[in-house]
Design a protein around this ligand. Sequence first.
Ligand SMILES: C[S@@+](CC[C@H](N)C(=O)[O-])C[C@H]1O[C@@H](n2cnc3c(N)ncnc32)[C@H](O)[C@@H]1O
Length: 334
Amino acid sequence: MSAAAGDAEPVEVDPQVLNDDGSSFADFFEQRSSYTTSCSPSVTRYPLENGRRYHAFKHGSYPLPNDEREQERLNMAHHMLRKALGDRLFLAPCDKFHRVLDIGTGTGIWSIEMGDLYPQAEVLGNDLSPVQPTWVPPNVKFEVDDIESRWAFGIPFDFVFSRALSCAISDWPRLVKQAYSNLRPGGWVEFQDFDIEYYAEDGSYDQSSNTAKHTRLLLESARKAGKEPCPGPKLEGWVRDAGFKNVTHRKIKLPIGPWPKDECQKDLGNFNLTQTLEGIEAYSMRLFTSELRWEQEEVEVLCAKVRAELKHQKSANLMYDFHVVYGQKPKLIS
Ligand SMILES: C[S@@+](CC[C@H](N)C(=O)[O-])C[C@H]1O[C@@H](n2cnc3c(N)ncnc32)[C@H](O)[C@@H]1O
């Protein structure tokens, strides 16, 4: 079964992994690479908080860090998500682009690969943090911008893309409407985002575990901060409400760990475990210290317990869902 196919079927468990002593999880976690970045001076006075580095522009509006650890995690997540989509960057049925916008581009890896794939297109990626590399294809540009402010682009786009903005956005309906207004008639939008609530299809998720406690606190603190942690399942409604037509919604299961029997799903699970182990603290440090008034050490202790559970999980066949929604701005009738 390919990773992007069979979304509705239960994921079969690999019986061999159940006998594993947990070392395969730990070994995989050790295999990480480093990444170098470049920065521009005006918006790079990055504050350091509780051992992590955060964006400077629109200080405090985004709860995840922008340091090298986080950038490595984002690149790892990119490869996982691309694989989950059957080695595709997007699923919308379009391929004639002049102008593409990647909102909240992160390390810019999606924009760079789009630029390589469509050399005739101009790809613009924007973000609060100028952490993108300078060695990019000539048709790719990056800008510092706040996508929650009013968009001020002179020329409309053919494709607006957004991925992994869980815990980032306060007003999703407004964001989706801005995407609509900034597309040419006939242009496409695609949102790819998470539902970060874990589950196990075989009932093996222990609700009294530290992992479950951490997720509950993460949802609570993100909502307290006014940032939607689980935009995935709501995307289709927002996209339809904004006026898009030909809307398609795909839900893709992302296993955490090498427990699936299917080799492709197992690979996905390994990638996902690696980026989840790193992401536990990235998601919660600022939210728990600012919204729940926890001390840095308390967050570190809970994160360590969650990582230990995830690395040595024997019986919990955890996963969560990734949602892909695309739609088209109606063409003008002549
Ligand atoms: C989890 S990362 C995802 C990055 C990228 N879309 C990807 O999938 O690899 C979310 C990114 O959104 C950016 N972001 C959050 N709020 C933003 C805002 N209001 N305006 C622009 N970028 C924002 C963050 O700085 C971060 O780089």
